[in-house]
Design a protein around this ligand. Structure first.
Ligand code: WQD
Length: 342
């Protein structure tokens, strides 16, 4: 019988791509999502790619009664991947309580339900943001955790601590914490991708919307950083590669007896790319020019950060494989498909 997995936030950007990879690997997926930042049509995309429509519960993970009902109606869930969270850095500064409530209550509800319903493990979506501005690059999982620069970042740090404290207290569960670098791109089928609400904050959706003529011009936030071309450096990781890491993590957590109860992995490519290099990659791979100008630095930005992904490579047996030009082509194909649907 297929192992049943609960994917919270499963109609969202990373959640939908991970649901596809879980189903392809033979897992049975139940999604819970309140559709606050995603659309029900994402289920059609998942079904078109995999031939399987995942079970779907529209509801809020912040409501423990909703969760208990879900676990009763879908008995036998063995693992959880927790994507359900608010993730806009700027918004978190304006609405801190919303972020602490959404991101922490949901996690604590899941943790509380796990022993009650016999769920063995939880994969948690964390972020390289926990490292702040690193003293040296690239960084592995032992790099110091720096004070968070936003309530969003703080929820990721606190979440990691909540999971650690709960397991240390003797809770009969395991967890794998995945620290994502910068997820970008879309499924190569162009059937699922990122659906940003309103004006995008993140670089790639802003870039593809500019290339599509929805935005007049992309602003590169600063070219006076201490980097070779002056723009910030990030570790851009393809969303399908990232999704595949969750399948490896789930397998390790549920099926290997001799692993630690908590493990942490960086998920990145190991390669730092500047904002200007990313724009070049987009233009080279799609043949489409992106109008851009250099603007002032964005408050709170990290100058440069990229990963040492060796632990994920060796222990999880996972490696980011997609060349950045292909990732940019997929992001563009998805943007074009969104335009067609309108
Ligand atoms: C990347 C680079 C910008 C927009 C955030 C979160 C992180 C993670 C991903 C999320 C920066 C520059 C951007 C633009 C630009 N988790 N940029 N013009 O800030 O690295 O990470 O998102 O859910 O936790 O902190 O990502 O895509 O916003 O920016 O020049 O219009 O692109 O300054 O250098 P960031 P980003």
């Amino acid at each position: 019988m297929a192992t049943k997995i609960l994917v919270t936030g499963g109609t969202g950007y990373i959640g939908s791509h991970t649901t596809v990879e879980l189903q392809k690997a033979g897992y049975e997926v139940v999604i819970i999502d309140n559709l606050s930042n995603s659309s029900i049509e994402v289920l059609d995309g998942i079904e078109a790619i995999t031939g399987i429509r995942p079970a779907f519960v529209q509801g809020d993970v912040c409501c423990i009664e909703t969760l208990r009902r879900l676990f009763n109606e879908h008995p036998g869930i063995k693992g959880i991947i927790n994507f359900a969270a608010s993730k806009a850095v700027g918004e978190s500064v304006e609405k801190p309580l919303l972020y602490y409530r959404n991101n922490l209550n949901s996690l604590m509800n899941l943790l509380e339900c796990m022993p009650e319903f016999g769920v063995k493990g939880i994969v948690f979506s964390s972020s390289c943001t926990v490292y702040g501005e690193p003293d040296v690059n690239p960084i592995d999982e032992t790099a110091p955790i720096k004070p968070a620069t936003s309530p969003y970042g703080n929820t990721k740090q606190i979440s990691e601590e909540i999971i650690t404290d709960y397991i240390t207290s003797g809770a009969p569960i395991k967890s794998i914490i995945l620290r994502y670098f910068n997820p970008v791109g879309a499924h190569p089928s162009a059937l699922i991708g990122e659906l940003p609400n309103g004006v995008p904050n993140n670089l790639v959706p802003y870039l593809t919307q500019t290339a599509a003529g929805i935005r007049g011009q992309l602003t590169v936030f600063g070219d006076d950083y201490d980097t070779p071309d002056g723009s910030c450096i990030r570790d851009f990781i393809d969303v399908v590669d990232l999704a595949k890491a969750h399948v490896k993590a789930m397998h390790r957590m549920l099926d290997k007896e001799d692993t630690d109860a908590i493990e942490i992995f960086n998920l990145g490519t190991g390669r730092g790319l500047s904002v200007l290099e990313l724009i070049e990659s987009f233009e080279r791979s799609t043949g489409v020019k992106v109008p851009y100008k250099i603007g002032p630095r964005r408050a709170g930005d990290i100058e440069k950060i990229w990963a040492i992904p060796d632990k994920a490579n060796t222990v999880l047996g996972w490696k980011a494989e997609m060349p950045i030009d292909d990732t940019m082509r997929n992001a563009w194909a998805w943007q074009c498909r969104l335009a067609e649907k309108k």
